[in-house]
Structure formats: structure tokens, C-alpha cells
Design a protein around this ligand. Structure first.
Ligand SMILES: Nc1nc2c(ncn2[C@@H]2O[C@H](COP(=O)(O)OP(=O)(O)OP(=O)(O)O)[C@@H](O)[C@H]2O)c(=O)[nH]1
Length: 453
């Protein structure tokens, strides 16, 4: 994309892009388009037979045997703290349960240490005995109730905003707005993953009427915020639960580790607080620990969880969950799915099958298909949207882990390119760290404007 970008001066004077030498820094290398990946061996996930399901109730009295299936024997699972069957407000994030294949990318990891999206392939848990370890609960930096959303958002997005802010301050302190400065700004915006069209638009807005004049970093930040807000405004749309649909079916999709299961937990908590009857379906039958993770969330928020053993047919489970939810007068059914990479043809076909089977039960379902995107993958999120849109008909986005990256600008690029509704954003592992997406707050946070709106 960046290769075709005409320089700022060229655009200003209508020169052709090819005549401009392209500085190496213009290519958003770190967040570049993913390279073609070799086809992985068959996972066997498609051949899995259906198996009897279990519904966990939300009772804290759930028998131990149910809480810890055979494959997790010996695992030191974290006890569920602050369980409130009435859908109270559990603050402790649920630890992600890991297998021996290693830990997941952590928000506190250096960018360079993080596994590439390619390295996030589904763990071959079906081919060997998983060894499950409990991950210690992530530390909470401060009591959540003392920090409002604006504070958590700005703190979470600090890495994105400070890298942009540093560029802006460096570029505009006692410097005139000439073509070189504007070119550097445009490059900085592209490096921050905002995407070429948005970077060009913002740079043009900043230069309008100010060419060859001095402009303060504060002015630049404020124009940046207002342009970003313009791009985001149309996609900042709340997730509407249509009460006429009963159950309202939400299918969660995304690559593994993106935060689907955690997001289901956080959303369930919100729905429960709205007085809705919620049910969860552990459709991530690929990863044993994901089933456990969902059961823990179910207990926490007071929502029954329909689960089968690892390796069971996810489409069959989704169908059963629909029946169960209908019979129980459930308001919202959230269906988890296995994390999958775009190039996993078998797993993508499985996802198509889940959607087909759901439609057999209710032609209008799923009523929302939410793609969970991990902000730390940067530009790779673009191809994830394209593929999941084709396979599952994504209706909205949830972006997680904005706290773990300097690449929060990717949300702006996604908004500009796809125009899909962004319902929620996540800036941490805690249940309170997921909130409805608002364009103005996000734009100010990204531009490093500290004022509380
Ligand atoms: N820092 C941070 N971590 C998050 C956020 N959302 C989720 N996580 C963490 O990301 C990790 C992966 O989350 P999961 O919910 O297990 O991801 P998943 O998409 O269900 O993964 P699979 O089951 O492998 O498909 C967990 O450790 C979560 O606590 C977020 O907004 N910020």
C-alpha cells in the first residue's frame, strides 16, 4: 500500500507518485501485510464426532469433577473469586489456562518478543496430551473502581499515543509547516498503523491554510484528534440486543488468542447487569482449556455453559445450545468458537458449518457475528477482517489488547477501509476493561489529549 503513496509535495502540486523516491521508512514494515503462509498439515478438527454435551449451571456448587475434566487433571486452576451468581461485578480477570506449547503474547512483552501472528497457530492439542498449567492472575495496577474508563483508556493506549505524540512534538517544535515536516508527519501516522488514506487526509487537514507557518504540537494534536474522530464516528455503533429475538444469538469469531473467550465473559457480565438471561456455548472445542475458561466465566457471571469434551463437533454443540437456550427462555446466547488462522481451510470450513447449522435452527441467526481482533497484530487485522467476513459474515468488531501495543491506530485504518461497526474495545484483562467504543474518547486518547472529556 505504502509503495503507491504519492509524497505530500507531489499531491500538493499534482506530480505523479512514480517520480518521487520512496523513503524506506514509509513502508509500515512491522505491521505489513502478512506473507503467504505454507499450508499446515490437516488438524483433524473436521473429522471430530459429536459427543454428549453437559450444561454447567451457574451454581458455585458445581461438582469438582465437572470443573476439572480428565485432561486437566493435576492442573492448579485458580479458584473463582468473588463469584456473584446474580451477575455482580467480579473484578479479577480470569487467568488464561495454557498448554505446554507455551505462553500467549503478554501485553507487557516487548513488541519484538511477541510471537508473530503466524506463530499463533492453533495448538495441536488434538494430537497429544495437553499439559495444562494455571497462569497466575494478572496483576491489577490499581483498584479498578478508583480509575474511570477514560483513565483506563488513556493509560491503556499510552504506547500508541506516546509514540505519536513524540513524533508530533519532535516535528512541530519551532518548525515551520513545510513539505518535509508534513512528509515526516505522514510517515509517523502510517507507522502508527492509521493507514495511508487516513494519514494523507490528516496531513492535508493540518496543512490547510497553514503552509509555511508555525504550528504548535498542541494544535497538531487537536486537528489529529478531530480528523480521527471523523473517521471513527460512523463505526462507533452500540451492539443492539433485539429483545424480539429470543435467544439473541451472538457468534464470536477470531484467530486464537485474540480474546474471544475473555470477551464473552466480559460481555456476559454486562448483559447480566442489564438483567438479561444469558447462556454460553463452549464452541471452542479445539482447546480444552478454553472450555474450562468459559465454565469459570459462566460461574462468575451467573450464566449456564453448554459444553462438550475437547474435540467434539462444534456445529452440533451450537445447535444443541440453541435448542437449550430456546427451551430455557434465554435472552442472549453467546457462542464461543475455536481460534483459527485464515489459512486453516479445515477450521474455516468448520466455522461455515457452524453458521449453516445455526441458520437451520433460526434463519435470522446468528443475530450478531463479532470478530474479535487483537490490536497487537497491527496491519494483519486487515486480512483477518476480509477473511472472516467472507466465511462468517462479520457484523461487528471488538478490538482487544489496545493496552499492549503502540499499534492502536489500526482501528482507524479498519474503520476507514471496512466501515464495520466497532462495538467494544478492550484495554486490559479485567472485566471492567472492556467498554462500548466511542469515537471521541478514542480519538483524544490516540492523539494524547489528556483532558477528561
Ligand atoms: N492486555 C490485555 N489482555 C487481554 C485483553 N483481552 C483479552 N486478553 C488476554 O488475552 C489472552 C487470550 O484471551 P482468550 O480469551 O483466551 O483468547 P481466545 O481468542 O479465546 O483464544 P483461543 O481460545 O485460543 O481461540 C488472555 O490472557 C486474556 O486475558 C485485553 O484487552 N488486554
Amino acid at each position: 500500500m505504502a509503495e503507491n503513496k504519492p509524497g505530500f509535495f507531489s499531491r500538493l502540486f499534482g506530480r505523479k507518485a512514480e517520480t518521487q523516491p520512496e523513503p524506506a521508512s514509509q513502508t509500515p514494515q512491522a505491521g505489513g501485510e502478512p506473507e503467504a503462509m505454507p499450508s499446515p498439515p490437516a488438524t483433524g478438527a473436521d473429522d471430530l464426532a459429536a459427543a454428549p454435551s453437559t450444561v454447567t449451571t451457574a451454581s458455585p456448587d458445581t461438582p469438582e469433577a465437572r470443573k476439572t475434566p480428565a485432561e486437566l487433571a493435576g492442573a492448579d486452576l485458580q479458584p473463582v473469586e468473588t463469584v456473584d451468581p446474580e451477575g455482580g461485578n467480579p473484578r479479577e480477570p480470569i487467568p488464561r489456562i495454557e498448554t505446554e506449547s507455551g505462553p500467549e503474547p503478554r501485553p507487557d512483552m516487548a513488541e519484538a518478543d511477541k510471537p508473530t501472528p503466524e506463530a499463533l497457530e492453533p495448538e495441536p492439542v488434538l494430537e497429544r496430551e495437553p499439559v495444562v498449567e494455571a497462569r497466575p492472575a494478572p496483576e491489577m495496577t490499581a483498584p479498578a473502581e478508583k480509575r474511570g474508563w477514560w483513565q483506563r483508556l488513556t493509560e491503556g493506549m499510552r504506547r500508541t499515543s506516546s509514540s505519536l505524540s513524540e513524533s508530533v512534538t519532535g516535528l512541530f517544535t519551532k518548525r515551520k509547516l513545510d513539505d518535509a515536516t508534513l512528509q515526516d508527519l505522514e510517515d509517523a501516522l502510517i507507522q502508527a498503523d492509521l493507514g495511508v488514506p487516513t494519514a494523507m487526509r490528516i496531513t492535508e487537514a493540518i496543512s490547510a491554510g497553514r503552509y509555511n507557518k508555525e504550528i504548535s504540537p498542541q494544535e497538531v494534536r487537536s486537528i489529529l484528534a478531530s480528523e480521527v474522530e471523523k473517521t471513527l464516528q460512523p463505526v462507533a455503533r452500540a451492539l443492539q440486543i433485539d429483545r424480539a429475538k429470543k435467544p439473541f444469538v451472538i457468534l464470536m469469531v477470531g484467530v486464537n488468542g485474540a480474546g474471544k473467550t475473555t470477551t464473552i465473559g466480559k460481555l456476559s457480565q454486562k448483559f447480566r447487569q442489564q438483567g438479561l438471561k444469558v447462556m454460553l456455548a463452549a464452541g471452542d472445542t479445539f482447546r480444552a482449556a478454553a472450555i474450562e475458561q468459559l465454565k469459570v466465566w459462566g460461574e462468575r457471571v451467573g450464566a449456564p455453559v453448554l459444553a462438550r469434551e475437547q474435540g467434539a463437533d462444534a456445529a452440533g454443540l451450537a445447535f444443541d445450545a440453541l435448542q437449550e437456550a430456546k427451551a430455557n427462555d434465554t435472552d442472549v446466547l453467546l457462542i464461543d468458537t475455536a481460534g483459527r488462522l485464515q489459512n486453516k481451510a479445515g477450521l474455516m470450513a468448520e466455522l461455515e458449518k457452524i453458521v449453516r447449522v445455526i441458520k437451520k435452527f433460526d434463519e435470522s441467526a446468528p443475530h450478531a457475528t463479532l470478530l474479535v481482533l487483537d490490536a497487537t497484530v497491527g496491519q494483519n487485522a486487515m486480512s483477518q477482517v476480509e477473511l472472516f467476513q467472507k466465511v462468517a459474515g462479520v457484523t461487528g468488531l471488538v478490538m482487544t489488547k489496545l493496552d499492549g501495543t503502540a499499534r492502536g491506530g489500526i482501528l482507524v485504518a479498519l474503520a476507514a477501509k471496512f466501515g464495520l461497526p466497532v462495538h467494544f474495545i478492550g484495554v486490559g484483562e479485567g472485566v471492567e476493561d472492556l467498554e462500548p467504543f466511542t469515537a471521541g474518547d478514542f480519538a483524544k486518547a490516540i492523539a494524547g489529549i489528556e483532558a477528561n472529556p
